[in-house]
Design a binder for this molecule. Structure first.
Ligand code: SF4
Length: 365
């Protein structure tokens, strides 16, 4: 994100120069949702210390370091209490926190035996309040406006989740136009249609996306839990947990927010979708929440986006081959898990995501 656009989109941020006296800095910061500490030089250690002092005094809002900072200073800045680093050096922009550092400054409950600390709870409460304010502000907004606001607020700590399915090209195109290096998470369940994998490669090249990451199931878990490769027949939810929910939970660690392609017209529990949601840990951004099926079709045409090869065969929504069937209803998810008592795989279920994160943590011990 360019510094100028970042500042334009964060009008409520209070700015503190790195050489501000600690007492004045604390006075300025308290009560602000967002504080930016400005470094005139990357060698100025006072900004680091101001951040640590603000955190020690209980400041729990968003803290951004801005200035000619170096990429290898990021770890130290994160440790000092910054959430985001915006370098004004040419080329380098806002960057995600390294995965091995908690994206919330306060200790992660997973790292402290599972019990949420008071500080962690407070940080999550701040995140929840921000998400709710943003949701109210963006109710009924256009996909572009929702995406732009999300990138401004969560830039560097945000990823898109994409199945590269029937409607995915539109969301990916919006992202490619706004920030093509944003991480895009693709759940490679090893059960995708070959057409989907070819379409993924086609869209990456066509749109110029540079951050697509394939998330695969853990080989050891797959060997233990799905030795014959038929788990989807015996226990679909367990198969989704192995091939989707757990790999995604592992990959989400560096991110505070995830962009989805969900829309209200998909029906079911998506009928009430908001532009921004908080799931208890992370923020979900739904830029396409309010579009109609006709608008998706019109935008595909206007943008000359290639359709998924299976669309012309009657597949309106496309996931893994064992759980996807053609349907006559355009824009519908009726062909997913046909004949089963479910219409979601579980990746948007906060309880399942939490359970998967705990399972992943145990696996790492
Ligand atoms: Fe397994 Fe079907 Fe879920 Fe894919 S959608 S992970 S094949 S149960």
């Amino acid at each position: 994100m360019a510094l100028d656009s970042a500042r334009q989109l964060r009008p409520e941020a209070r700015e503190i120069a790195a050489d501000t006296a600690p007492y004045d800095a604390v006075k300025t910061a308290m009560g602000a949702e967002r504080v930016e500490i400005r470094f005139d030089s990357f060698k100025d250690g006072r900004g680091f210390s101001l951040a640590a002092i603000l955190r020690a005094r209980g400041y729990d809002g968003s803290l951004t370091a801005i200035g000619p900072l170096l990429p290898d200073q990021e770890e130290a800045l994160q440790r000092s209490g910054f959430d985001t680093v915006v370098s004004t050096r040419p080329v380098t922009a806002a960057r995600p926190a390294p995965a091995r550092f908690p994206h919330i400054y306060q200790p992660d409950p997973g790292a402290t035996g599972g019990a949420a600390t008071a500080l962690h709870r407070r940080a999550l409460a701040v995140r929840k309040a921000r998400a709710e304010a943003l949701a109210a502000e963006l109710e009924g907004a256009s996909p572009e406006a929702i995406l732009k606001a999300a990138l401004a607020v969560y830039g560097g700590r945000i990823a898109m989740l994409s199945s590269f399915g029937a409607e995915a090209a539109l969301g990916l195109k919006l992202l490619a136009d706004a920030a093509p290096d944003t991480p895009v998470l693709f759940l490679d369940t090893k059960r995708h249609f070959p057409q989907t994998l070819a379409y993924r490669d086609q869209l990456i090249a066509r749109l110029g996306l540079t951050g697509v990451r394939d998330l695969e199931p853990d080989a050891g878990e797959a060997a233990r839990e799905d030795a014959d490769g038929q788990l989807y027949e015996r226990d679909g939810p367990a198969c989704c947990e192995l091939r989707k929910v757990r790999p995604l939970a592992r990959a989400l660690d560096p991110f505070d927010a995830v962009i989805t392609g969900r829309k209200r017209y998909h029906g079911g529990e998506r009928g009430q979708l908001k532009a921004v949601e908080f799931d208890g840990e992370r923020v979900k951004i739904n830029p396409l929440a309010f579009v109609a099926p006709e608008e998706v079709t019109a935008r595909f045409k206007a943008l000359d986006l290639p359709p998924h090869p299976l669309v012309e065969q009657g597949y309106a929504s496309i996931g893994c081959w064992p759980c996807t069937a053609p349907t006559n209803e355009a824009g519908s998810r009726a062909g997913r898990w046909a004949g089963q008592d479910r219409d979601e795989c579980g990746i948007f279920d906060p309880a399942l995501t939490k359970r998967a994160a705990r399972a992943n943590a145990v696996r790492l011990i």
